[in-house]
Design a protein around this ligand. Structure first.
Ligand code: ZN
Length: 72
């Protein structure tokens, strides 16, 4: 099983869109639990890491400048 790479500040896409219709979440806290904020409505939720990883579809934009070229 492939391990997904993500870090603080990344914009991620979840398997299920947020009720507001946006499917982009920003990682604003990384720990045992992960806090993600909806890019659309700014609502934030705290989810256990295991649950987050099972619901994560893909990382859309990485906060790391060394990853793929991010738009500035
Ligand atoms: Zn939302």
């Amino acid at each position: 099983m492939e391990k997904k790479q993500y870090q603080l500040g990344d914009i991620v896409q979840m398997k299920k869109a947020h009720p507001c219709g946006t499917n982009e979440m920003e990682i604003i806290r990384l720990g045992m639990d992960i806090r993600i904020k909806c890019v659309g409505c700014k609502h934030s939720v705290l989810v256990p890491r295991a649950k987050f990883e099972s619901k994560l579809k893909k990382v859309l934009r990485s906060a790391s400048p060394n990853a793929d070229q991010a738009e500035l």
